[in-house]
Design a protein around this ligand. Structure first.
Ligand SMILES: N[C@@H](CCC(=O)N[C@@H](CS)C(=O)NCC(=O)O)C(=O)O
Length: 226
């Protein structure tokens, strides 16, 4: 099985699927497609042959069968590995985990827009300015904080549903955003953010991202160059 991803530094959706597979020890071949959004680039040529959405991540099986969209990838991986607790075993916890992943997939748009994932750099000044000026960002982070606190309180932690699950893989890029932009959260959310950043699968992804040394202008609203 191949997992096509984008640059690890920037690609938050790729990170969700990559961390999920690594955290559960599922064997896969990682294929990184360098972001290059100029017309006619290698990125456009290769991605168009893999998925009709022209976005990563994408799973491609040996016979060419492809699965795209992170939520669908998560479900496919869980279906293929029913022995692994990718979703919480308890039916209500599982429903709640799916609600949070769906909420993440469709929502938190202000947080995702103004605080794009950029693993290799810390922007505390930008984060402080955004926090002061942007009510929609504050509302997203407050909702996130409440969602995390509710799940952690019900499960007892250290991850949202106790043991690491798909929901945690889903929120790994958000933990990076909170940390890089130094956005204020409750003590419980901060402890979870730090536990997530310290998970070996997340640490490995971050270490790879730090080694990339790429600069993709379309993903760099706060820098002109490296
Ligand atoms: N809803 C999609 C989002 C995927 C997505 O937007 N991926 C970005 C990289 S993080 C991408 O491929 N962007 C390329 C482009 O916009 O051309 C998913 O869940 O997989």
């Amino acid at each position: 099985m191949k997992l096509y991803i984008g640059n690890k530094n920037y690609s938050s959706w790729s990170m969700r699927s990559g961390v999920l597979l690594a955290a559960f020890g599922i064997p896969f071949e990682e294929i990184k497609l360098q972001f290059d959004f100029k017309p006619g680039s290698e990125w456009h040529r290769v991605i168009a042959g893999i998925t009709p959405t022209k976005r990563v991540p994408v799973i491609v099986e040996d016979d060419g069968f492809a699965v795209w969209e992170t939520l669908a990838i998560t479900e496919y991986v869980a279906d293929r590995h029913p022995d692994l607790p990718i979703w919480p075993r308890d039916v209500r916890a599982r429903a709640r985990a799916r609600s949070l992943c769906a909420e993440m997939h469709a929502g938190f748009t202000r947080l995702r827009t103004v605080c794009p994932m950029n693993i290799e750099i810390f922007f505390p000044d930008v984060g402080a300015r955004l926090w002061a000026e942007d009510a929609a960002l504050r509302a997203d982070v407050e909702r996130l904080d409440a969602a995390w606190r509710d799940a952690l309180q019900a499960s007892g932690g250290p991850f949202l549903f106790g043991a690491f699950s798909a929901a945690d893989a889903y929120f790994a890029p958000v933990a990076v955003r909170l940390s890089r932009f130094s956005l204020p959260v409750s003590d419980a959310a901060a402890a979870y953010r730090d536990a997530l950043l310290a998970h070996p699968a997340v640490e490995d992804w971050i270490a790879d991202a730090m080694r990339e040394q790429d600069f993709v202008p379309e993903d760099e609203p706060y820098r002109q160059e490296r």
